[in-house]
Design a protein around this ligand. Structure first.
Ligand code: CO
Length: 137
C-alpha cells in the first residue's frame, strides 16, 4: 500500500540556522519558508536527489512542534512521510487494522497541497507517520 518516501521532517528550534546549515554547509537546494497555519508550522524544504527533508519550526507556542522541541531542544526527527495512491482507502484499511489516525480522521491539506493524514506513533513503532496522497501523474 505505501509507496515512495516523500520526506523526512526534522523539527528545529531556529529555522534560519537550520536552513543555512543545509544550504551553505551541506550545499543543498532549499526552498523559501512556507507558513502552514493549519498545522502550526513554518517549513523549509531541502531538495535531495531522491527525497526531501522538511525543516519544521513552530509558528507559536501552541504548535505541536513546540511541544516536541520542549522535549528535544536541539531538534530531531519529527516524522516521516510516505506516499499512498488513495488516502481514504489507506485510512479505512488502517482503521480496520486498529491503527489510530490523529485528528478527526479526515485528510488535511499538507505542505505540498495534497491530502495528508498522520498516524499515531504508538501504533507505528514509536514514529509519527504521515501519509500523503500521491500527486496525479
Ligand atoms: Co510532513
Amino acid at each position: 500500500m505505501i509507496g515512495r518516501l516523500n520526506h523526512v521532517a526534522v523539527a528545529v528550534p531556529d529555522l534560519e540556522a537550520a536552513t543555512a546549515l543545509y544550504r551553505d554547509t551541506l550545499g543543498a537546494a532549499v526552498s523559501d519558508p512556507v507558513d502552514l497555519p493549519e498545522h502550526g508550522v513554518r517549513v523549509v524544504f531541502v531538495d535531495l536527489a531522491n527525497t526531501r527533508i522538511e525543516l519544521l519550526a513552530p509558528l507559536s507556542g501552541a504548535s505541536p512542534v513546540a511541544g516536541f522541541l520542549d522535549r528535544a531542544p536541539q531538534g530531531g526527527i519529527h516524522h516521516i512521510c510516505c506516499e499512498v495512491d488513495d488516502i481514504r482507502a489507506a485510512r479505512d484499511r488502517l482503521h480496520a487494522a486498529g491503527v489510530r489516525v490523529l485528528g478527526d480522521g479526515e485528510p488535511k491539506t499538507g505542505a505540498h497541497g495534497l491530502p495528508v493524514l498522520f498516524l499515531h506513533p504508538k501504533d507505528c513503532c514509536g514514529t509519527l507517520l504521515e501519509l500523503e496522497e500521491r500527486a496525479a501523474p
